[in-house]
Design a protein around this ligand. Structure first.
Ligand code: ZN
Length: 481
């Protein structure tokens, strides 16, 4: 069995149910597990000394960005329904189509997985947009995603998103739900067959999950069948809900209740149910989530970019609700999300309402608890050796490494990543990944997608009207001398 000793100025270990900071500490890895955490021991194991760095449990990303993120196109371009983020009737009538080829779909997953690793994320539950899809995600791209996760060494929970319906907008700007229940139920059965086939692959690093799309277009039959199949397998279910006024309105009109009441009523809420984003929850909704043993997935960056925030993280934590974290948008930077999560909680509840460790706990222990995994999110003997090494050479250090992390670091400071005891990133290089070539390929693919936006935007305006430039543009011939 391979034995490796990692040492650094700071090691975030775990004792008696909480993280503990070791200054000048060590982690001994044996095989895929942590064997020891504490002061540097006398050992014949191979030693890697990271110096001024933090050895942190790898981050658990419950809403892990897994495509070339189209939400950044809406950063200054709103409302979304006028900017290609809700299908117009005319696009639906002409027949929605896949805007990426199967190869492009496979590539973007592999590209995104590498970016997650770069940001110190060691466990990922992928999320992607369905706006550019013919309908939902495919088993083929998830087979490719499983291959990519296996090759890169990422720990993943995989399941193609499926849906019984979607939203369309008419010329007056009215958004309504449209359904194709048979297609959604077929998607669910395909997802269940995929789940049974891949669960436990790569020595257990690849697990199954279920990913029904957003709540406002999930039919009762879809929710009940999802709950039954996921329950049989013991697999997590991620159900987006409580994330917009439009969603609340559509659920109220169709079911006469809040999204959480709808889920609870259909028996579709319980342990292993992961709920992004909770920004539109009532106090009663939070209590229902807690009492069901379900978990909230907090994604501060994407919420803040849309002017939303959780009200509030301190309140959810003091109620005893399990809160994990998700990146959900570009960049998939968990450190940025933790830092913003602190800011957001202070805006919601006052400057002394929260400390850094609440967000650090959510990104590690909270995510692990949401998945029912006591071997993840902590560095303790017996836990999986999933470790992010954050280099502090560019940081202005405070006396505390977690406070340094949230005030002075970003995902780009992650230097090495270990998953399942394997060094999957070394000095920012991921074996088998040609970063420069992949980044230019990703940009070209994204540019081709952007060029297709007029086809699925209300009124089919030109690109310059969908994506309004910041300043007047002067474009020049790059070859002119
Ligand atoms: Zn999300």
């Amino acid at each position: 069995m391979t034995r490796t000793l990692l040492t650094a100025r700071w090691v975030i270990g775990y004792e008696d149910g909480a993280h503990v900071v070791h200054e000048h500490g060590a982690v001994l890895i044996e095989g895929d597990r942590v064997a020891y955490v504490g002061p540097v021991p006398a050992t014949d194991a191979q030693r890697i000394d990271y110096g001024e760095a933090i050895l942190s449990p790898g981050f658990v990303d419950l809403d892990a960005l897994s495509d070339l993120d189209t939400t950044i196109l809406g950063f200054d371009n709103f409302p979304g329904w006028k900017k290609g983020r809700v299908w117009p009737d005319s696009y639906l009538e002409r027949g929605p189509y896949e805007m990426y080829s199967p190869e492009e779909l496979a590539f973007q997953k592999r590209f995104a997985f590498a970016e997650l690793i770069r940001n110190g994320i060691t466990t990922a539950l992928p999320i992607a947009s369905l706006f550019y899809r013919e309908w939902s995600e495919t088993v083929a791209e998830f087979d490719a995603a499983a291959d990519a996760a296996e090759a890169l060494g990422l720990r993943v929970y995989l399941g193609p998103a499926y849906r019984t319906g979607g939203q369309v907008v008419d010329a007056t700007g009215t958004i309504r739900a449209v359904y194709d229940e048979a297609r959604g139920l077929t998607g669910l059965e395909d997802a269940a067959a995929f789940a049974a086939r891949i669960d436990g692959r790569a020595g257990g690093r690849i697990r199954a999950m279920f990913a029904p799309d957003r709540i406002e277009t999930c039919t009762k039959a879809l929710l009940r069948r999802t709950a039954a199949l996921a329950g049989e397998m013991g697999a997590p279910v991620r159900q987006h809900c409580l994330q917009s006024e439009t969603e609340l309105g559509l659920v109220r009109d169709q079911h006469g209740c809040t999204p959480i009441e709808y889920l609870a009523r259909e028996g579709a809420l319980g342990p292993l149910w992961l709920l992004p984003h909770g920004t539109h929850a009532t106090g009663a909704d939070f209590e229902t989530i807690r009492d069901a043993g379900a978990s909230l997935v907090h994604c501060p960056l994407v919420s803040a970019r849309h002017g939303g925030f959780l009200r509030s993280l301190p309140r959810c934590l003091s109620m005893g609700l399990t809160v994990g974290m998700g990146t959900d948008t570009w960049p998939p930077d968990m450190i940025l999300n933790m830092a913003l999560g602190v800011t957001m909680a202070r805006i919601a509840d006052g400057p002394e309402s929260v400390r850094s460790e609440a967000l650090f706990d959510a990104a590690t222990l909270g995510g692990a608890r949401a998945l029912g995994r006591d071997d993840l999110g902590r560095l303790v003997p017996g836990a999986k050796a999933d470790i992010a090494v954050i280099d502090l050479s560019a940081a202005l250090q405070t006396p505390d490494p977690v406070q340094t992390l949230l005030t002075s670091c970003s995902g780009r400071d992650v230097r090495d990543v270990w998953i399942d005891g394997r060094r999957v990133m070394r000095d920012r290089e991921i074996p088998g990944v040609d970063t420069a070539s992949d980044r230019s390929r990703a940009q070209a693919q994204f540019d081709r997608l952007i060029a297709q936006y007029p086809e699925r935007t209300l009124g089919h305006p030109p690109l310059s009207e969908i994506f309004v430039p910041s300043y007047r543009r002067r474009t020049h011939d790059r070859h002119r001398s």
